[in-house]
Write a protein that binds this ligand. Sequence first.
Ligand SMILES: Nc1ncnc2c1ncn2[C@@H]1O[C@H](COP(=O)(O)OP(=O)(O)OP(=O)(O)O)[C@@H](O)[C@H]1O
Ligand SMILES: [Mg+2]
Length: 218
Amino acid sequence: MIAGRTDGAGSGRAVRGKFITLEGIDGAGKSSHVAWIAEWLAERGRRVLVTREPGGTPLGEQLRALLLGEPMDLRTETLLVFAARQEHLAKRILPALARGEWVLCDRFTDATFAYQGGGRGLPLAAVEALERWVHEAFQPDLTLYFDLPIAVARERLAAAQAAPDRFEQEGAEFFERVRAAYLARVARDPHRIRIVDATPCLSEVKKQVEDILITFCG
Ligand SMILES: Nc1ncnc2c1ncn2[C@@H]1O[C@H](COP(=O)(O)OP(=O)(O)OP(=O)(O)O)[C@@H](O)[C@H]1O
Ligand SMILES: [Mg+2]
């Protein structure tokens, strides 16, 4: 459904941008790194759109508020995640990529496999079916997966003292399943999904991410 890389030469059309996603359990550090990654890319001449899921559009942000706050059936939750994603792809992500912008997105479909699939136990076939319907073969060009022990993530969230959302209120076993599901995603697609050890201090994590970006950007 997304146009492949266009050959900009002579056509007047932009070369398709790259789609980079950040993944990891709550408290892994995604939001802590997204801003400098955007700057890093901009310094290297890329036009960058920073966005997040669920959300990224006015409707998507309304769905996010419901998803993070309102108890609901698991299928309802999964359908709303994909509804927000469809809106996000159609209105922001795909148009930006087609204009040649690079899109940096805090969470995408790997998170649905991890949270609704791994965490909540929805059969992966259901997530796969919705993935096929909403974005067929379209996948991130690069995914940075921030991995760390659940206990460390929980300590960080507790220290941050923000009110926990509906997902952050889940117990350690839930996050163990989410982490295991993320690691299973990495195992099946290690070229796209790159593991970042999110345990050390911010500057050490940053260094790992920078090494991955240098290789990716060439
Ligand atoms: N490497 C680190 N060392 C110490 N503290 C960290 C590190 N990375 C992030 N933190 C802190 O941990 C907390 C959670 O980080 P952050 O908000 O970036 O996580 P997140 O992955 O975006 O979580 P969520 O999925 O809940 O949005 C923040 O208070 C942040 O300052
Ligand atoms: Mg965050």
